[in-house]
Ligand binder design. Structure first.
Ligand SMILES: NC(=O)c1ccc[n+]([C@@H]2O[C@H](COP(=O)([O-])OP(=O)(O)OC[C@H]3O[C@@H](n4cnc5c(N)ncnc54)[C@H](O)[C@@H]3O)[C@@H](O)[C@H]2O)c1
Length: 274
């Protein structure tokens, strides 16, 4: 992890990740496991979930899995109850499950627009409702909410994805401040805003100028480091940090041109996904 990062002790801590069967969810789970955390993996994909669990278990960690569709509020609450009964308080909640369907807004089916909002944003509310009470009571916990650089800007052929991720950004900062105002600043929050990562979710995309692809391993390590450094927000690669600044400072037509020159407006044209 680079000598400069002072690690928090995660031994025996209970870490739960949604969408933990593949991609960044699985990779971050492996980092927590390697340092001695107990790991709960939730995913809708039962086959891949068991394969992921085997990989995490190989690191010597205690691993629990549950097949959960995070868009189903009652399923989330029931599964959360099982976790609490069997293993106790969740110390680190990592909201990571996400979906994307590229295409112009009018060409994408209604079901996909709804699903995008449900998985990428609404589900975060249900898991937080489920696991925050114990964190608040103990004034101790950490919630890692994965948004995206797409939550900081706007990208053609990615409308509801951008909307869902912008919702995560604002929601998470709001909750962070609410906790602080209520004397519960021991409940910490990290919002994660990566540009394109090589998990396959954005297969076919052409990365914009100066915003290179991030490897799954590198971005997962950045997320893990952000937990240890107690960062409020992670924006990667570095140029993403300037996006809110440019977007806020430049008139829209100028920002649109910057977007066009960088290739952001064409990035999704050849999206294939998984
Ligand atoms: N890959 C990228 O370029 C990128 C960039 C920025 C942000 N993100 C975000 O990072 C997160 C992880 O992305 P990834 O690339 O590792 O994704 P991925 O597609 O590799 O993995 C997503 C996981 O979520 C699970 N999932 C989907 N719907 C679910 C549901 N209803 N209930 C439970 N699990 C469900 C999938 O089965 C899968 O295992 C997502 O929130 C994504 O939007 C990804």
């Amino acid at each position: 992890m680079g000598g400069a990062v002072k690690k928090r002790d995660v031994r025996g801590k209970l870490y739960l990740v949604t969408g933990g069967a593949i991609g960044m969810g699985k990779e971050v789970a492996k980092l927590f496991a390697a340092d001695g955390a107990r790991v709960v993996l939730w995913d809708i994909n039962a086959d891949k979930l068991e394969k992921a669990a085997a990989e995490v278990r190989d690191l010597g960690a205690e691993v629990m899995t549950d097949v959960v569709d995070v868009t189903d509020r009652e399923q989330v609450y029931a599964a959360a109850q099982r976790v609490k009964q069997d293993f106790g308080k969740v110390d680190i909640l990592h909201n990571n499950a996400g979906v994307v369907k590229g295409g112009y807004f009018m060409d994408v089916e209604d079901e996909w627009h709804l699903k995008t909002m449900d998985v990428n944003f609404n589900a975060y509310m249900w898991t937080m409702k489920a696991f925050m009470p114990e964190m608040i009571k103990a004034n101790d916990g950490h919630i890692i909410n994965v948004a995206s650089a797409a939550g900081l800007t706007y990208v053609p052929m990615l409308s509801t994805y951008c909307a869902s991720k912008a919702a995560v950004v604002n929601f998470t900062d709001t909750l962070r401040l609410e906790m602080k105002k209520q004397g519960k600043s021991g409940v910490r929050f990290t919002t994660v805003c990566p540009s394109f990562v090589t998990t396959g979710m954005f297969e076919g995309v052409k990365a914009p100028l100066l915003v290179p692809w991030l490897s799954t391993e590198k971005m997962s390590r950045k997320i893990y480091e952000a937990y240890h450094r107690q960062r409020n927000i992670v924006m990667e690669p570095p140029l993403v940090k300037f996006v809110p600044l440019f977007r806020g400072a430049l008139p829209r037509p100028v920002y649109d041109v910057v977007s066009e020159v960088m290739g952001l407006t064409r990035a999704m044209a050849h999206w294939k996904g998984h």
